[in-house]
Design a protein around this ligand. Sequence first.
Ligand SMILES: NC(=O)C1=CN([C@@H]2O[C@H](COP(=O)(O)OP(=O)(O)OC[C@H]3O[C@@H](n4cnc5c(N)ncnc54)[C@H](OP(=O)(O)O)[C@@H]3O)[C@@H](O)[C@H]2O)C=CC1
Ligand SMILES: N[C@@H](CC(=O)OP(=O)(O)O)C(=O)O
Length: 373
Amino acid sequence: MYTVPEGKIIKVGVLGATGTVGQRFIALLESHPYFAVHALGASARSAGKTYALAANWKQTTPIPSAVRDIEVKPCAPEHFKECAVVFSGLDADVAGDIEGAFRTAELAVFSNAKSYRRDPNVPLVVPLVNPFHLNIIPQQRLLHSPPLKKGFIVTNANCSTTGVVIPLAALERAFGPVESCIITTLQAISGAGYPGVPALDIFDNVVPYISGEEEKMEWETLKILGELADPAGDGTLAFDMHAHTPLRVSASCTRVPVVEGHTETVSVRFARRPAPSPQQVREALAAYTPVVQSVACPSAPRHAIWVHEEPDRPQPRLDRAFQQGAGVSVGRVRQCQVLDIKFVVLSNNVNIGAATSSIINAEMAILKGLVAV
Ligand SMILES: NC(=O)C1=CN([C@@H]2O[C@H](COP(=O)(O)OP(=O)(O)OC[C@H]3O[C@@H](n4cnc5c(N)ncnc54)[C@H](OP(=O)(O)O)[C@@H]3O)[C@@H](O)[C@H]2O)C=CC1
Ligand SMILES: N[C@@H](CC(=O)OP(=O)(O)O)C(=O)O
């Protein structure tokens, strides 16, 4: 493993820097031990302005002084060529073409958009779950036309998927495969970006539909919890989509009048009989230590999963800022009369659901020697 020498600065760029996720990147990177923001990109509406003028800043901390006067550039690779890492918070409508062009220009892209999540050579990485999926990057480079030396794309997951796969990974590590999982989400309005859902739609209301969200959750969970395998034994890697035991996931997604923090109610059935007890599940969740913690990624949370004993937790307003939103909070672990166990999970959709995941993924890729720094 590569170790970033003390005092070394790694230049990074942020695409979609003015948006909800982009602003969170900027806020988090301000105190990062070795990443320094070097270039910012957004649409033609913002390009040419200083960041302070272009961004309608909505974070609870002030705009970092180091970025206030940086000129926002169009999202073209030539403006980012000095960046070892490029984070993307681009709108999905444009992310596919722009991120693809950045990869072709030999840049390392860590994306929040859905555009490449289903690509068989692009890892879909929730850093507290499957950082070993980064191992497909050399193959991704090789299969690119022309083959690449440095460029690649890593995606992170849909924010609701992220919240649920962390406890599911902990349960699978402790008790073996989960067979079925039924999820209902209560998603915050910040998940829809800015300005997001109109006030007249969400105030005093619950909207029981988020376009494409249920399908993403049901599919992404299988890629993330699956293995990166070599099915033909010829060195060609492929994601096995949890093939060792079929995993059935059913998601129902709703939008609720919460600003930040996605709540999800989750019921699971294990393959193993007898199933673990609620107390065994609580202990396994609390004990879960992801690899990114043991290799000291600076943005990894100290507790991947915080297990609440109080009967009325987790709650978005109380728990979304815990550990800067880098872990998840679980509570109400109890017996399920239909499947085996049910619980509630709360994750910060803009932090571990988006920007924090990309940052830890980049830290891990650097430690693995996959990024030219
Ligand atoms: N919000 C969340 O909780 C999560 C979001 N995501 C994903 O992250 C991405 C960003 O989401 P979010 O921050 O919420 O979205 P926003 O709508 O808040 O921000 C979108 C960003 O994309 C930029 N942009 C839009 N059009 C163009 C263009 N033609 N060329 C260059 N830049 C453009 C905008 O720049 P400008 O200001 O100049 O218009 C802005 O910086 C999306 O793909 C989303 O699906 C993933 C997980 C969670
Ligand atoms: N759709 C999610 C956020 C998001 O943008 O997800 P994705 O990156 O999968 O499109 C939400 O509204 O909360």
